[in-house]
Structure formats: C-alpha cells, structure tokens
Design a protein around this ligand. Structure first.
Ligand code: ADP
Ligand code: ZN
Length: 614
C-alpha cells in the first residue's frame, strides 16, 4: 500500500485504514489510469479521488450535478483542513472571480464545478490550470439508459479529447451493467480500470410488513419515532397528498415532521431540506424527489409508507440511511391496495410491460420467506453464503414490535455496531449537544463537525489526552486542533471512570432476538431429529428448502448436529476442496458453482464449506 496515501488518510480524515477497494482505486489513479468506480452509497467514494488529489501536484476538478452536494463536500473538506472550493451559479461574480484567482495561484487543491460550467470553461480556465485529475461524481447521469440522465453531462465527453493525458475517475452508486458500459463509452474512458464493490450494506436492517391498515401504519410509525427521539429519518410516500397528510398527523402527535415534494414552492423545499440536514427537523415525509441532493450521514431510518415502484428505486432509497456505517433501520409497508394503484399507473404509462415486471419483482421480494438481503443482492448479481441475520426473515421478530419494550429504562439507549458497543449514552448525548453548539456557531451541518460514528467511537474510547483523541476514528489533525480540547474537557469534567460500565437495555433485546432465532433453529432441529427430510421440514414450516438448509448449516456450525453425512459424500468434499483449497464462509458461491459447472448444487457447496471450516 502507498504509505503516503495512508498517512494522508490519517492526517486529514482521521481514519486508520482504507475501506475495501479504496486503496486499489487510489493506486489506479496514481498510475494515471482512467478509472470507473461502482460503489454503494456510503461506501466511501469521495476519498478515492480526494487522496490522489492531495498526493499529485496540481488541482483536481470534480464534476458534480447538484449545488447542495457541492457545498456539502466542500464544507467537509474545509473542515478537515483541505483547500477546496466550488464554482457555480449560486455564487456572485466577485466570489467566483476570487475562486478563479485562487485556483490560478495554486491555493486550491480540489475544485467542484457543475457540468454546464465545464463546457463553458474548457477552453479558458481549465486550460490554464495545472489539473492533476478529473473526477466525475454521479457518473450515471451521463447515461441515457438511467432514470437520472442529465443532458449537460454529455459535454463531459470532450474532457478526454481536450486533456488526453489527464486521468479521469468516474464514480457512481448505480450497479447496472448497461449503465456501466455507457459511462465508459460516453466519457471516452481509455482502457479504464473498473472497480465494482459489493452493494451489500450490512448496517441496514431490512424489514417488510405485509397488509397493515393505513391507520395502524400511522400509529406504528408514531410510536416508532417516539422511541427514537434523537434520531432523524425519512418516510417515503406515494403521493404528495399522502406526504402532507402524514406529516400533519405526525405534527399533531408532537413529532417534528415536515413534508417535501415537487408541489411545494422552492423556498419551502429549501427550508425543509436545510432543517433536516441541520437536525432541526426530525422526520421528512417525502416523495422520491427527496434525498438525491443530500449527503447527511446520520439518517437513522427510512420507512416506505407505500409500496415502492421498483427494487432499484427501493434499494437506492433505503441506502440513504446509515451512510456513516452505524446500524440503521429500514421498513417497508407492503399493501395490496398500493399495488393495485401502482399497477394501474404502470399499465397507463409508457413501457407498461417493463414497469409491471419491476412491480412484480417488488411483490416477489415482499412476499418471500428467505433472507431479504440475499434476494436484494441477487438483483445486483451478488451471492452471499450465509443468511444475513439482520432482516425480518432472519430475525423473525420485527424490529418495530421489539421496539415496544424500550420505555422501561430511559437513561440508556440502544447502542450497537462496530467496536465494543459499550459506551455511556450520557456522555454521547453531551457530545451531541456540544457538536450542535459548534455547528450552529459555524453555520454547518452537525455531521460535518463530527459524524455520529466519530462521536460513538469517542464515547467508547473516552480519550484523556489530545494524543489519545487522535486515536478516535474521524479525528484528523485539523479537527483535533479546532475541537479536540472542548470534547476532552467534557470527558474530564464528567468524571467517568476510564472503563465505563453501563446498563444496556439493548442487551435484553439482543438476547430476545437471539432466543427467537434460536427457537426457529430448534424447531427445525426437532423436526429433523424426528426423521423428517429437508423437503418435509420446509413444507411443514412454510419455509423454502434453502432456508431449512441454512438452518442445518447453522445447527451444524453450533454443534447441535454433529454429522452432515446424510447430505454430502466424502467424494463431493474431495471434489470441492481439491478445486478450492482456501475456502471460507466469505467465498463467492456463484463462482464456485460456475467453476464446478453445476456438479454440486448450492446447498451442498454451503454444507461442505461449513464442514471444512469446523
Ligand atoms: P459515498 O460517496 O460512497 O456515498 P462517502 O464518501 O460520503 O460515501 O463516505 C461515507 C462515509 O464513510 C463518510 O462519513 C466518510 O467519511 C466515511 N469513510 C470513508 N472512507 C472511510 C475509511 N477508510 N474509514 C472510515 N470511514 C470512512
Ligand atoms: Zn437476512
């Protein structure tokens, strides 16, 4: 690994290691190769071009379609001590000239501009600057296949003609193959290195509820929100009218909610969006128009009040939760009334068959009884070996029902995720208040000061010195200098003993979930021990065969079944282990299956992997 890249990651961003693929992507750019990155929202795309921009002398030009996103990214970079600016029509002429002067003077490392502006400046400003890299963010906007096509993006094809020796990195969260090919073609990328990250978002809990009556939905949602007073979320509704109605009802029930859709005047939309970003509005009831232009990393839940029109859209929308990597919840209400309405929309629009097919996929997804994540990822051509353990199928007790036991103790709050998960909620709340004060003072969104993930890590590590503060993930040099002492003072004042002990309400919950999960395995075990075949168990329990096989794998892994003899033969084990000497639970199932040319079915492969790993 490039050690310079790693030390800049620590110095500017406060992170200790790269996420999957980031290092290779950076390497590719440093080798001056055109590069295409397909990575889900929250995967960490920005750092992939920001670090090379810092390493290579000169200025990096970032093309970004939305003014609000540009501002957010530039604020984030500046907060980390990186000289960045944006150039777009929202600025007055004097400010624009000042930025151009700074760019020409080598005082800016990263410049964000709009695609229109690129076309305008290609012969003037851009030719005069020592450009080290072009980064095209939201690159799927160049493809007329996609639903977010922007004609201005087609201007970008002239970048490679005008600047043949400057590498271009194109980034998108769209995983579609057609779009991928189109981006390469439209941008005239030369022999690009293509990086496709996993589209899994393990921190998102995925739940679907079928057949809930509208009134009950609203009641459930109110109680859901009230149990998460410090968390912000988005509720997607089908129509403008239902956004307005739901947000009114929420407000009547004391929830700080607002409605957002294309029917509102632009000042109102702006007010709502800013309020949400600044954590001043807790819940947004929105049509799908909301969310594209915001980078808010601490959206803790996304609820679909109505059935979404397609799996792609649904995945993109739930993807707006938990960009900071902390556990976040998503819940879809699937109702047959909605489905009828959507079907009639689909039938009356263009491409009716295509839209009906998309709707059918959503229906199949909602009605399925196997791991939700497994199904979702299969739409993106990904296969996972084990069921996820973080969806309503894997955890049979829906999150929303579990939630009704919170009230007992109100001074602690569920905390889970990476790290020890042990931290005082009291100090975390104090951190949040301090962060809020700083953010208001600097007129910045709170998550730009420190992300929720950073505050949580700080609450876990409870640093006692500035040097220790630097160990906290997300605390770089600049933020240490600006905010370190204030947070340190809070810790020292609060006199928490160095290893905090807390009462963890969530512990109880986790146990009850585990028990619920345990019960489903035990039921399968009982039936298995009574002599039923896998098929019979599946039929009796109303599960798919593949779910029962995954139970068997689990039971074997946990020692409740001690032989897999009835399912796999020594020859089959030999076949697999000779072709794949380094099997692990992370191995790509589809690859194995394809290499063996179907000689072993998926269940057998999984069981053999379990056998070899025990
Ligand atoms: P994307 O553009 O792919 O949606 P971002 O670039 O906004 O994702 O990154 C999402 C979050 O992950 C940000 O808060 C970012 O600071 C954080 N992040 C990125 N890279 C790392 C890393 N190597 N370690 C820890 N956090 C990271
Ligand atoms: Zn699952």
């Amino acid at each position: 690994m490039n050690t310079k890249a790693l030390s800049l990651l620590k110095q500017y961003f406060g992170y200790d290691s790269f996420r999957p693929m980031q290092a290779q992507i950076i390497e590719s750019i440093l080798n001056k190769k055109d590069t295409l990155v397909l990575m889900p929202t929250g995967g960490g795309k920005s750092i992939c071009f920001q670090i090379p921009a810092l390493i290579i002398p000169g200025i990096c030009i970032v093309v970004s379609p939305l003014i609000s996103l540009m501002k957010d990214q530039v604020d984030t970079l500046n907060a980390n001590g990186i000289a960045a600016a944006f150039l777009n029509s929202s600025l007055d002429l004097a400010t624009q000239n000042e930025i151009i002067r700074k760019c020409s003077n080598n005082e800016i490392k990263i410049l964000y501009i709009s695609p229109e502006r690129v076309a305008k400046e290609i012969d003037y400003l851009l030719k005069r600057l020592p450009i080290n890299l072009f980064a095209i963010d939201e690159a799927h906007c160049v493809s007329s296949w996609g639903h977010e096509f922007r004609p201005e993006y087609t201007n970008l094809r002239s970048l490679k003609t005008n600047f043949p020796h400057i590498p271009v990195i194109a980034l998108t969260a769209t995983a579609n193959n057609q779009t991928k090919a189109d981006i390469i073609k439209q941008l005239h990328l030369v022999n690009p290195e293509v990086f496709v990250a996993s589209f899994d978002r393990p921190n998102l809990n995925i739940s679907v509820k079928l057949g809930t009556k509208p009134k009950q939905k609203t009641e459930e949602i109110i109680s859901f929100i009230k149990k998460r007073v410090n968390d912000t979320g988005i509720i997607y509704c089908l129509s403008r009218n239902s956004c307005d109605k739901l947000s009114e009802t929420l407000k009547l029930n004391g929830v700080n909610a607002a409605s957002y859709h294309a029917g509102l005047p632009s000042e109102e939309r702006h007010r709502v969006q800013t309020g949400f970003i600044q954590d001043q509005i807790q819940v947004i009831c929105a049509t799908i128009a909301f969310g594209m232009g915001i980078d808010k990393s601490n959206v803790r839940y996304v609820i679909h009040f109505n059935v979404p029109k397609s799996i792609e859209g649904y995945y993109q929308e739930i993807g707006r939760a938990g960009r900071d990597g902390l556990p976040s919840e998503t819940l879809m209400y699937f109702g047959y009334g909605d489905l009828t309405i959507l079907r009639s929309f689909a039938m009356n629009g263009n491409q009716s068959q295509l839209n009906l097919d998309k709707l059918k996929q959503v229906e199949r997804f909602a009605e399925a009884v196997s791991c939700r994540r497994r199904i979702l990822l299969s739409y993106f051509g990904e296969t996972i070996v084990n069921d996820c353990g973080n969806c309503d199928v894997c955890l049979p007790v829906p999150e929303i029902e579990l939630a009704t036991t919170y009230d007992e103790v109100n001074y602690t709050k569920p905390v889970k995720g990476k790290g020890s998960g042990n931290y005082s909620v009291e100090i975390f709340e104090k951190f949040r208040v301090l962060r809020r004060q700083i953010a208001d003072g600097e007129k910045l969104p709170a998550y730009i000061i420190f992300s929720d993930a950073t505050l949580k890590d700080m609450a876990e590590k409870l640093p006692r010195t500035l040097l220790q503060m630097l160990e906290v993930s997300g605390v770089g040099q600049k933020k240490l200098e600006k905010y370190g002492q204030q947070f340190l003072d809070l810790i020292l004042e609060s006199k928490i003993p160095p290893t905090p002990t807390i009462i963890d309400v969530e512990y109880k919950e986790r146990i009850s979930k585990k028990q619920a999960l345990g019960n489903t395995y035990d039921t399968t075990l009982e039936l298995y021990n009574s002599g039923l075949t896998i098929e019979q168990i599946a039929a009796q329990r109303g599960y798919t065969i593949s779910t029962i096989y995954s139970h068997i794998t689990f039971l074997y892994n946990t020692g409740k079944i001690d032989t897999l003899e009835p399912f796999i033969t020594p020859d089959e084990i030999k076949l697999l282990s000779s072709k794949f000497p380094n099997l692990s639970p992370e191995s790509k199932l589809k690859e194995i299956f394809d290499t063996l040319d179907g000689a072993l079915d998926y269940h057998k492969i999984k069981l053999i992997i379990a056998y070899l790993n025990r």
